[in-house]
Design a protein around this ligand. Sequence first.
Ligand code: PNS
Length: 179
Amino acid sequence: MNGKPQTSPSAIYPGSFDPLTLGHLFVIERAAAVFPRVLVAVVVNPQKREPLFTLEERKQMIVAATKHLKNVEVRDFRGLLADFAKATGAGVIVKGLRVISDFENEMSTALMNRSLSGIDTMFVPSDPMYSFVSSSLVKEVFSLGGEIDPYVPEAVLHVMRAKRATQRSTEPSEEKHPS
Ligand code: PNS
């Protein structure tokens, strides 16, 4: 048609995934339906704050939740996403958009990533069911005893419950430390 090879580019879907939510999983599934290969790229040191989950926990939760998707791979990266994306040969960066304010932030990031690497970002509209779901909110609700089953994959739920059980068993008892 235009002389360019008619092959689909592989996609890279970056994030902190602290932890993966059903909103993230929806974006991965949509991308996996369009691109021949989707690399979920877990940032080692998220910018926002110290992660609740270790890098290995974050990666393992994604691997478990995406095992039904044969063209999805999970890797971690440090430094610039643009450099990592180029090094992996990704043709496209995928990002999910939940609300308009996401677009405002993501647009400048997409332009910077294109300027640094020449790789464009494609946006996937989130499932409206999860437009209010974020990793930070899930962690907050969970830490205050709320139900998070509707917002995270089963694999994440197991790890979060196990983490809470470990934290409880290592917490000093109230008897030893009366307030
Ligand atoms: O899930 P998050 O926390 O919104 O993901 C943010 C992430 C990891 C995609 C972003 O912080 C990132 O790309 N970090 C790598 C460092 C980088 O490339 N910074 C310049 C962005 S233009």
